[in-house]
Design a protein around this ligand. Structure first.
Ligand code: C2E
Ligand code: CA
Ligand code: CA
Length: 583
């Protein structure tokens, strides 16, 4: 190249050594990963003007000359749209990056800078540009994105990619893949005690130790913080995985010295095997996690394989935790359902029914879903006391604001009744709220009454001496026996919804219910029919002297405000409309 051309081409400083400039251009033209090109858009010819074109694409300059659109044909099919989007009227340089497929089939990444020349109408007539092979940089970027900086282990992204591949392989070869989650117990204390720098050293050391367990089928990943995982491919025998887990535990059993500080590093390990413990990536990961948490809960520094039993235990533990949080965060509220005098239509009382507005569940959880768990975990004592306090306080407030006095019915569970402090709690609540005991009724289910007759009989009598009445709830579901009722001082019998439901359809139920009511009356008990939904049911109940009714026909359980509106509303008139419509 003569010096004039190079001066024009690169517009070098007049004082610059021309020899040096020539050298620079020479290197550019001979570079292996850069090439310059030109294209005449009018007659469709193109030329790759430097040695690099052949190196990058694997095609000679002659081949490019013979096929002016060859460069386009070499673009990776997934990246064609990138080249298609280019508008040559955009201000130069126009930059693109895409993959190409070389003559030998290798994939390369290239970056282009395009400089179109436009005619006086602004239409592109020719094009010059530079192409650079950036494969190396792309690979480095990719490896940075897939490597954990601190430990240099492959990271979560790599794990996600590899586990999918491993499962596909296992499916294809009809064998198993194992995930081994390793979580270090109480790792936070290293950071807290010795600082983050030290914590990082510990993690690096841990990574080094974990690497020792790698082989052609086993790879270790750092997922986050102190959480690591192995993927073991082509597992033919679970014993192989167990040995690895045991090996890990014994490796970390001995104390480890880091920066002259001896440390006790302990880990909990969870194992899940594809396909037995999960047929897809998400299930398998969740179950390995569940197994790991189970190992932690059992005291740590052990390994657990996933099993159905662990799953139910874990779910239960989580729900109890949520429930406990619900108690501290006061996520409960009471709804009230009226109890109505069958003859007059007047509201006689209200049943308080608990609702759990759970943040974790993100919905209102009905009592049947959580009361059994609250009983099992003992949380029902706190919950029950709160229900009692809130219901009594509410009742007193209604009375103080001039509503006719109502009887507030509160459900009490077995666990509460068995609690030696139960009577004290009830007394304290009445004292604190100032509610007259005659306006409180405690509902106990038939099954609870029967279970421990001696104890319940004692409690009922104690409650009675305090002026508080007791009702037998869900009568008819279980024993339906008057024998025990005759011995208990229960004041109210709540006829279960199932009886009310069958009242209009089953002739035998239609015969039994009046008999139950008569017997209850003979024992000086009042009868409340639950779950009244139809006018026909109300009509029958009225005819057989059932004292009170409760059900969706009158009102669903509702918030305190709504219940208050209901009391203010002309509910008696509504009741009369309902009943007269039946007659
Ligand atoms: P329960 O004591 O038998 O309460 C009556 C249930 O029947 C309530 O369900 C109520 O909403 C529903 N119900 C009322 N009228 C009708 C109707 O016409 N049709 C139908 N299909 N259902 C009707 P909820 O509120 O879901 O309560 C379920 C159970 O949870 C209660 O049964 C009670 O055993 C328990 N429970 C509720 N609140 C508490 C509480 O504060 N403490 C305790 N220990 N248990 C509670
Ligand atoms: Ca009840
Ligand atoms: Ca009931």
């Amino acid at each position: 190249m003569d010096s004039r051309t190079s001066r024009n081409l690169v517009q070098i400083d007049a004082n610059f050594d021309l020899k040096l400039a020539q050298l620079a251009v020479h290197h550019l033209l001979n570079s292996e990963d850069i090439c310059i090109f030109a294209q005449d858009l009018k007659n469709g010819t193109s030329a790759f003007g430097s040695h690099g074109a052949e190196k990058i694409y694997g095609y000679s300059s002659e081949e490019f000359r013979n096929d002016p659109l060859l460069w386009k044909k070499l673009i990776h099919s997934e990246d064609v749209s990138i080249a298609d989007k280019v508008s040559l009227t955009d201000p130069p340089p126009i930059r693109t990056e895409y993959r190409i497929i070389r003559k030998d089939g290798q994939v390369r990444w290239v970056a282009n800078s395009l400089y179109p020349q436009l005619d006086d109408k602004g239409r592109p007539i020719s094009l010059t540009g530079i192409t650079i092979d950036i494969t190396k940089y792309q690979q480095r970027l990719r490896s940075m994105a897939f490597t954990d900086f601190l430990t240099q282990l492959p990271n979560r992204h790599q794990f996600d990619e590899d586990i999918s591949t491993a499962l596909n392989e296992a499916l294809e070869y009809d064998d198993q893949t194992a995930i081994i989650y390793v979580d270090f117990d109480g790792f936070k204390r290293f950071n807290d005690k010795y600082g983050h720098q030290f914590g990082d050293d510990v993690l690096r050391h841990i990574a080094k130790l974990l690497r020792e367990f790698e082989n052609v089928r086993t790879r270790i990943y750092r997922l986050s913080g102190d959480e690591f995982a192995f993927i073991v491919r082509h597992v033919s025998d679970i014993d192989e995985v167990r040995k690895l887990a045991e090996g890990l535990l014994s490796k970390f059993r001995a104390s480890i010295e880091i920066a002259k500080t001896p440390l006790e590093i302990r880990c909990s390990i969870g194992v899940a095997l594809y396909p037995d413990h999960g047929g897809d990536v998400a299930t398998l990961l969740r179950n390995a996690d569940v197994a790991m948490y189970s190992a932690k809960e059992e005291g740590g520094h052990r390994y657990r394989e996933y099993s159905e039993r662990i799953q139910t235990m874990d779910e239960k533990a989580r729900l109890v935790e949520w429930l406990r949080k619900g108690v501290t965060d006061q996520e409960f509220e009471l709804h009230y359902q009226p109890k109505i005098d069958t003859l007059t239509g007047k509201v006689r009382g209200a049943e308080a029914l608990i609702r759990w507005r759970s943040k974790e569940h993100q919905r209102v959880v009905p009592p049947n879903e959580f009361i059994p768990l609250a009983e099992e975990s003992g949380l029902i004592r706190d919950i029950g006391t709160w229900v009692l306090e809130t219901a009594c306080q509410q009742n007193k407030m209604w009375q103080d604001s001039g509503f006719p006095p109502l009887c507030m019915c509160v459900n009490v569970s077995m666990v509460q009744l068995e609690d030696p402090e139960f009577l004290d709690v009830v007394q304290r609540v009445l004292k604190n709220t100032g509610l007259d005991p005659q306006y409180l009724e405690l509902e106990v289910t038939e099954s609870v009454l029967v279970k421990n007759m001696e104890r319940t009989s004692f409690i009922i009598d104690q409650l009675m001496s305090l002026g508080i009445r007791t009702a037998v709830d869900d009568f008819g579901v279980g024993y339906s026996s008057f024998h025990y009722l005759a011995h208990l001082h229960v004041k109210t019998l709540k006829l279960d919804r199932s009886f009310v439901q069958d009242l209009t359809t089953s002739p035998s139920v239609a015969r039994i219910v009046p008999a139950i009511i008569q017997m209850a009356h003979a024992l000086h008990m009042k009868v409340v029919a639950e779950g009244v939904e139809q006018k026909e049911q109300l009509d029958i109940l009225k005819g057989i002297q059932c004292d009170q009714v409760q059900g969706f026909l009158f009102s669903r359980p509702q918030t305190q405000e709504k219940f208050q509106e209901y009391l203010l509303d002309a509910h008696e008139e509504r009741f009369n409309i309902i009943t007269s419509a039946v007659q």
